[in-house]
Design a binder for this molecule. Structure first.
Ligand SMILES: [Zn+2]
Length: 377
């Protein structure tokens, strides 16, 4: 009898604490682990795609793509993507919806990542000065998470202070780098302006000199941030833009990245390609320019617009193919009363959007030389 009750107590105890146990299986990486991925990427001349997700459909499709190519993946939430994750109807005046959405999304990814078996670098995207309350809220939740699990909730947050003077950009970035370093996370900063339009920020009219980052600016950021730690990556501008435009409208100059790397290597006597660069606005880019940028230390390429198109394109093609079965609940070419349930079931057409995301991401992995890059971290 006694043994039996001990058994009952033990199982109850185990079940009660199960939510804590799942996290040991999470494949969301810390900076120390992501460092090994970035080092491997630089040594073997590849980069990983970073996909902006807005819900479980895009998260699952991204993880599926990583599993298909047997490589780690970078998944990220933009500020508005995060609030969309929590629900478009929610008030976001104090950034509450964006904080809750990003945290909920992050926890979801921690929970499901093991099902897909591939490491995940979990990031958040552009945060300009006015969005600092969003970042502060996520860091607060991240600190609570770190206390319980001894690992970070996110791998990285991005600050985009490219609209501010360089000195202010770096001064604020240093403060955040200190906080993220303690949580074994990394910081992404932006130097120079990514052209185009994304997430409500319109840089289509910015004068073209600002679209090309200067080596002196990168060197200044590198020197100052290194005083805190090496937990940072740099989004630099080399003519890249958010969005997709007709060919010839975008003039990519990856050599800008090389100039910065060489300048820093000489000035601080570092190894070659000392900076980890991020390529924003990867959608619609010429594969040759992508390869060249990787040679100059790009380890992460953001892809958002092409993924937005992919989900729509998948659903649109499905609709066109099955149009006659999608006009009413009953009635199609096989009979006036024939049911159409299996055509309009949202699992069927949302799945078409998911597989289309997967296919576009597999293409991105291939263009980034990033397939079969699973390493032990
Ligand atoms: Zn961007």
């Amino acid at each position: 009898m006694v043994n039996e009750s001990i058994f009952v107590i033990c199982t109850t105890y185990f079940n009660y604490y199960k939510p804590i146990i799942y996290n040991t299986m999470s494949l969301v990486l810390s900076y120390s682990q992501a460092r090994k991925v970035f080092d491997d990427a630089k040594a073997n001349q590849y980069a990983l795609p970073a996909v902006n997700v807005i819900g479980t459909n895009s998260v699952n499709a991204s993880l599926e793509a990583a599993n298909t190519v047997n490589s780690p993946i970078i998944i990220q939430f933009s500020n508005s993507g995060a609030s969309f994750f929590a629900g478009k109807s929610r008030d976001n005046k104090t950034q509450q919806a964006s904080i809750t959405g990003a945290v909920a999304g992050a926890k979801y990814i921690h929970e499901v990542s093991d099902l897909y078996g591939m490491p995940v670098l979990l990031n958040t995207d552009h945060a300009a000065k006015k969005l600092l309350p969003w970042v502060d809220g996520m860091i607060e939740k991240g600190e609570e998470f770190f206390k319980v699990y001894g690992r970070p909730l996110f791998t990285s947050h991005m600050l985009d202070f490219s609209e501010e003077p360089l000195l202010e950009n770096i001064e604020i970035s240093k403060r955040y780098l200190e906080k993220l370093t303690k949580l074994d996370m990394y910081l992404e900063i932006e130097l120079g302006v990514t052209g185009g339009e994304e997430d409500g920020v319109d840089n289509t009219g910015v004068e073209s000199s600002k679209l090309y980052t200067q080596p002196e600016d990168v060197a200044y950021a590198y020197e100052e941030l290194m005083k805190i730690s090496d937990h940072f990556v740099v989004a630099a501008s080399f003519g890249n833009v958010h969005g997709v435009y007709k060919p010839g409208n975008v003039n990519l100059e990856p050599v800008i990245l090389k100039n910065s790397q060489d300048f820093i290597q000489q000035k601080f006597k570092t190894k070659s390609n000392p900076v980890d660069f991020v390529f924003h606005g990867g959608s619609g880019s010429d594969p040759k320019a992508i390869q060249e940028a990787i040679g100059y230390g790009v380890v992460k390429m953001n892809i958002d617009t092409d993924i937005q198109w992919a989900i729509w394109d998948g659903i649109h093609k499905y609709y066109n193919k099955n149009k006659d079965f999608l006009q009413s609940q009953l009635g199609n070419p096989t009979g006036a009363d024939s049911p159409n349930k299996k055509y309009y079931d949202p699992r069927v057409w949302l799945r078409e959007g998911e597989t289309s995301i997967r296919e576009r991401l597999v293409q991105a992995f291939e263009e980034l030389n990033g397939t079969n890059r699973l390493i032990k971290v």
